[in-house]
Design a protein around this ligand. Structure first.
Ligand SMILES: O=C(O)CCC(=O)C(=O)O
Length: 401
């Protein structure tokens, strides 16, 4: 009996909608979940510094959980800052879907290889062809052939350095210091998209963990065992969540039966906060509140906002791309106009970072920025990163086709 399929169909169902009571939501309830933060390993100062560059919070602020039923499945609820999330969203939309990386649109001849998917998708012609909705996947590094279920020895794009570094440092924190990201599949989901039950077994080396980063809209993720007869467990994945499949979970059936509206725009959180603060300033008529972090903290405490959330907000604020200088900070808080996204802040912040290459050259106009954020208001992006070859092995076996 395929109990996995039954659960998949159940959570996919529209009429009547399923009951979501059993779905694990780590942000709200730790039922069936264990705190595994104690497994975190030390990283070097250099690596710790790189976290900030990669849009991640300090490792001491990360939480790690395991499911009671699946102790090899590790979940880090949103280790990203809001600006970090935006940065990765832009990477996935502006940079990754372009030659030499491969997309599902290549075989249809719908894309001009000289231009990025995004440039074409926002053009009048691209809108007619509905290119925005038609992009379903991009492969980075070794290309995965969906028909043969094999990686291609020859068809290989570059693995972006920032993504490699992100997985390397995250792996090190979780006790997998040798992880080497060699291939990634970036999945693009819309409201009605699903990903059918499957296992990931095309990699020649299955002992390495698999890293899965989620951005934009939320989803229900099902994780079972190696046999389809085992009924899977359902959990929510929200924007910024990092799922790491190790050990038995690495071999387990999994699927995405449903995209769910995100409970919050985690990727614009600190911008919303600034709006809130700015509104508050306008309400109170006093500008003294603006830079008074202590006051804000006290107010949040009085409102009953949990300590972890307060810290997260403080850290978001500190790391925000939109607060490059003190004078800007005052401006942002005091001036209505600065409630909007500031293109020039994004581009200049991008320019200062390692390998977030496209952002610095690309014409990120205000309308484009709005369009980028609109995309994730309706869609989910998942970056699924794998090691393909065993450690130290660079060549493919002779008989690999
Ligand atoms: O979208 C997800 O969370 C899972 C993606 C996945 O399982 C895959 O790409 O193989």
């Amino acid at each position: 009996m395929d109990n996995f399929k039954e659960s998949f169909k159940y959570y996919k169902r529209r009429k009547p909608p399923p009951n979501f009571d059993e779905v694990i939501d780590i942000r709200n309830n730790l039922k069936n979940v264990c705190d595994a933060s104690a497994i975190k390993c030390l990283i070097t100062d250099e690596e710790e510094k790189s976290l900030n560059t990669l849009g991640l919070r300090a490792s001491k602020d990360w939480q790690v959980f395991r499911l009671e039923t699946h102790p090899d499945l590790l979940i880090i609820p949103n280790p990203f800052t809001s600006s970090g999330q935006r940065r990765w969203i832009f990477r996935c939309l502006l940079d990754f879907p372009r030659t030499p990386n491969r997309t599902n649109l290549d075989v249809h001849g719908l894309l001009d290889p000289e231009q990025s998917w995004w440039q074409q998708a926002i053009s009048e012609d691209g809108k007619k062809k509905d290119l925005m909705k038609k992009l379903r996947w991009v492969t980075l590094g070794y290309h995965h052939n969906w028909d043969t279920k094999h990686y291609s020895k020859e068809l290989k794009g570059t693995m972006p350095d920032d993504l490699k570094l992100l997985c390397h440092v995250t792996g090190k924190i979780l006790g997998y210091p040798d992880f080497n990201a060699q291939a990634a599949i970036v999945n693009y989901y819309h409201a009605d998209s699903t990903l059918a039950p499957h296992t990931d077994h095309s990699e020649l080396y299955m002992k390495a963990p698999l890293f899965s980063l989620s951005f934009g809209q939320s989803c229900i993720f099902l994780i079972g065992e190696e046999e389809k007869s085992v009924k899977p467990v359902a959990l929510y994945l929200h924007s910024g969540d990092v799922l790491v499949m190790t050990g038995r979970a690495r071999l387990a059936y999994h699927a995405v039966p449903r995209i769910i509206q995100a409970p919050a725009c985690y990727w614009t959180r600190e911008l919303n906060m600034q709006e809130e603060q700015s509104d508050r300033v306008e309400d109170s008529g006093s500008r003294e509140h603006q830079d008074n972090g202590g006051h804000k903290r006290k107010e949040d405490e009085e409102k009953g906002i949990p300590e972890e959330e307060i810290k997260r907000r403080e850290s978001d604020n500190k790391n925000s791309w939109f607060r490059n200088t003190d004078s800007k900070q005052t401006d942002i808080l005091g001036n209505n106009e600065t409630k909007r996204l500031r293109t020039e802040d994004i581009t200049s912040s991008c320019a200062g970072t390692v390998n977030f290459s496209m952002c610095k050259e690309e014409l990120v106009t205000e309308s484009m920025l709005e369009e980028l954020l609109r995309y994730v208001e309706h869609s989910r992006i998942n970056v699924n990163v794998r090691q393909v070859l065993p450690p130290g092995q660079h060549a493919w076996p002779e008989n690999y086709d």
